[in-house]
Write a protein that binds this ligand. Structure first.
Ligand code: ZN
Ligand code: ZN
Length: 329
């Protein structure tokens, strides 16, 4: 089959590789579409993935074409979305139920071959069957959505909060949709890119601006979410949290990024600074929300490129153009 292969840092191409075979408890999925995200760029830079070469792609869905002998409840022909998380289920954190902090954390498309390929193998336990009205190519959005749902689990957000989101790319916009659903009084979005702000406005944010200075919110915000990973945005956002409020680090920052905190204000104003990492018991719920129409795929997926153009798709993503960019085998 054809697959994108990151062979060494900075080198990516589409090659012919062996077809995957299902484990006894696994399936093989014919990939309908695979989304790209910042993790793929980290892998291309030689970070994150412990060993190269790797077939990237952790945001995918498709049709089951083979099942292992011990699989129950899934059959050839089923349309499924795939949770890429691979937990050891044995370490300290897995035993605490905090599997996304697994000491042997692994994922399809990060540590084992992923979905930027014609076919991908996955444990049956990671597959969520799609209802007939959901197109598998759109369902590749469920994985990033499941990360956003995990972020909201961390926030335990209350009704009528004022929410500020940094970044109106795919993840920021997903956070916007969840904020609306969870009863925010207002949801404001900050982004330096006017075109992206226009999309946030079309999705019904309260205000969209290039700086939070332009938004009138004298008490600050109850919830500030960074969905950029950008150190300047993070620093700005930390200062916007109102009394009793929470800052959520959701974007993936560079390892070397630093921000200054104000310990006195954290104490005196009971401010919470927290983070959320990937998926934790949130994939199934993201699939439910997606089937219920939480996201308009035509808004969220801006580019569908052939798998053969994987490198160009990554370039387009890196340039910050569009929203979710997918490759279609
Ligand atoms: Zn991702
Ligand atoms: Zn573990």
């Amino acid at each position: 089959m054809k697959a994108a292969v990151i062979s060494s840092p900075g080198n990516v191409g589409v090659e012919t590789v062996d077809d995957p075979a299902p484990d006894p408890s696994g399936v093989v999925v014919k990939v309908a579409a695979c989304g790209l995200c910042g993790t793929d760029l980290h892998i291309l830079r030689g970070e994150f993935a412990p060993t190269l070469p790797i077939v990237p792609g952790h945001e995918f869905a498709g049709e089951i074409v083979a099942v292992g002998g011990r699989v129950r409840g899934l059959a050839v022909g089923d349309q499924v979305a795939v949770d890429p998380s691979l937990y050891c289920h044995e370490c300290h954190y897995c035993r605490l139920g905090r599997n996304n902090l697994c000491e042997r954390w692994a994922a399809i498309g990060v540590t084992v071959p992923g979905g930027a390929a014609e076919y991908a193998a996955a444990p049956a336990a990671n597959c969520v069957k799609l209802p007939s009205h959901v197109r598998a190519q759109d369902a590749a959005l469920i994985e990033p959505l499941s990360c956003a749902v995990r972020g909201y689990d961390i926030l335990r957000s209350r009704l009528a909060g004022h929410v500020l989101i940094y970044g109106s790319g795919t993840m920021g916009l997903m956070m916007l949709e969840l904020a609306k659903r969870t009863g925010a009084a207002t949801v404001d979005v900050v982004d330096l890119n006017e075109e992206r702000l226009a999309t946030a406005r079309s999705l019904g944010c309260s205000a969209a601006a290039i700086s939070a200075d332009e938004v009138e919110r004298p008490r600050g915000w109850d919830v500030v979410i960074d969905a950029t990973g950008n150190a300047e945005a993070i620093q700005d956002g930390l200062g916007r949290v109102g009394k009793g409020g929470t800052f959520l680090q959701f974007g993936v920052a560079d390892y070397a990024a630093r921000a200054v905190i104000e310990p006195y204000r954290i104490y005196n104003q009971e401010i919470t600074i927290t983070g959320s990492m990937a998926v934790l018991h949130s994939y199934e719920r993201a699939a439910e929300l997606f089937a219920g129409g939480l996201l308009d795929p035509e808004v969220f997926i801006s580019d569908r490129l052939p798998l053969a153009d994987y490198a160009a798709a990554l370039d387009r993503f890196r340039a910050g153009r569009g929203r979710k960019i997918q490759v279609v085998p």
